[in-house]
Design a protein around this ligand. Sequence first.
Ligand SMILES: Cc1cc2nc3c(=O)[nH]c(=O)nc-3n(C[C@H](O)[C@H](O)[C@H](O)COP(=O)(O)OP(=O)(O)OC[C@H]3O[C@@H](n4cnc5c(N)ncnc54)[C@H](O)[C@@H]3O)c2cc1C
Length: 267
Amino acid sequence: MGLNIVVCVKNVPSTLTVDVGPDGQPKTAGLVCAMNAFDEYAVEEAVRIKERVPGSTVTALTLGPEADQAVLRDALSRGCDAAAHVCGPEFAGSDVFATSKALAAAIRKLSAQKPVHLALFGKNSNDGNSGAVGGMVAAWLDWPGVLSVKKVESVDESSAVLWRMMEDGVDVVKVSLPAAVGTVKEINEPRIPSLKGKMAAKKAVIPKWTASDLGLKPEEVGLAGSKTKVARCTHPPARGAGTRVEGASSAEKAAKLVDILVERKLI
Ligand SMILES: Cc1cc2nc3c(=O)[nH]c(=O)nc-3n(C[C@H](O)[C@H](O)[C@H](O)COP(=O)(O)OP(=O)(O)OC[C@H]3O[C@@H](n4cnc5c(N)ncnc54)[C@H](O)[C@@H]3O)c2cc1C
């Protein structure tokens, strides 16, 4: 039978400096975007599991505006078999609560077609950066969720043994499927999309799902369905120039450094 795997990918600005408008909101219009860096590892792991378990398929899933279809074609060129796009003006301004609810509804819709065994996520996005979506999707689906996974030791249709990174080492966790799994960059080395993959991705037909396609009311998604609203974004204060500690020897430099730290009440 094989595994039915879903991997959630986000299209994020591929620049770290985003201007903020007079309304205090990030000016995202016209920004060059690309697949969230951590999602490349999630996609790669999904494809590797597919290659390990015969008969498995991988579906890439994103929530975002029309232009975000590009991230799904990127995922297809990296070895995903299908893709689905949650898209519509009603999703604008979705916070983590609303985003995870919509993604969970999309996974439920895919599962109605063929039971989904695994939903994979990146560690966090480069823009919202909460790292919460994977765990919240697990909660909405009432599935176990394991985050910070650096190795999928074994996996079959009913369970998986996962290595979860902890500060002081690794937890080896056995989890029954279906489950949501958040990956970290230590899990693999993403492959470069092949030309054949890119060609196939160009031709792929990607279904677009609105809130009503997912059985969600407009007030359950977007800003209306969100629990939080970004009141204002500001750039972090510019860092002052560093201080160069001069000295004839490292001992002299260390002594001067301590003086500076004491003077600045840092120690
Ligand atoms: C212009 C703009 C306005 C925003 N306004 C608000 C706001 O008003 N209030 C607020 O709370 N947040 C707001 N956000 C943040 C937005 O809610 C979050 O970016 C979004 O909910 C996802 O959360 P995250 O980025 O923290 O994802 P994380 O939890 O950091 O992502 C973890 C993983 O979840 C998956 N994932 C995350 N998002 C998606 C997605 N869209 N599609 C598919 N997979 C996904 C990926 O695998 C990702 O690696 C705004 C973001 C933008 C860009």
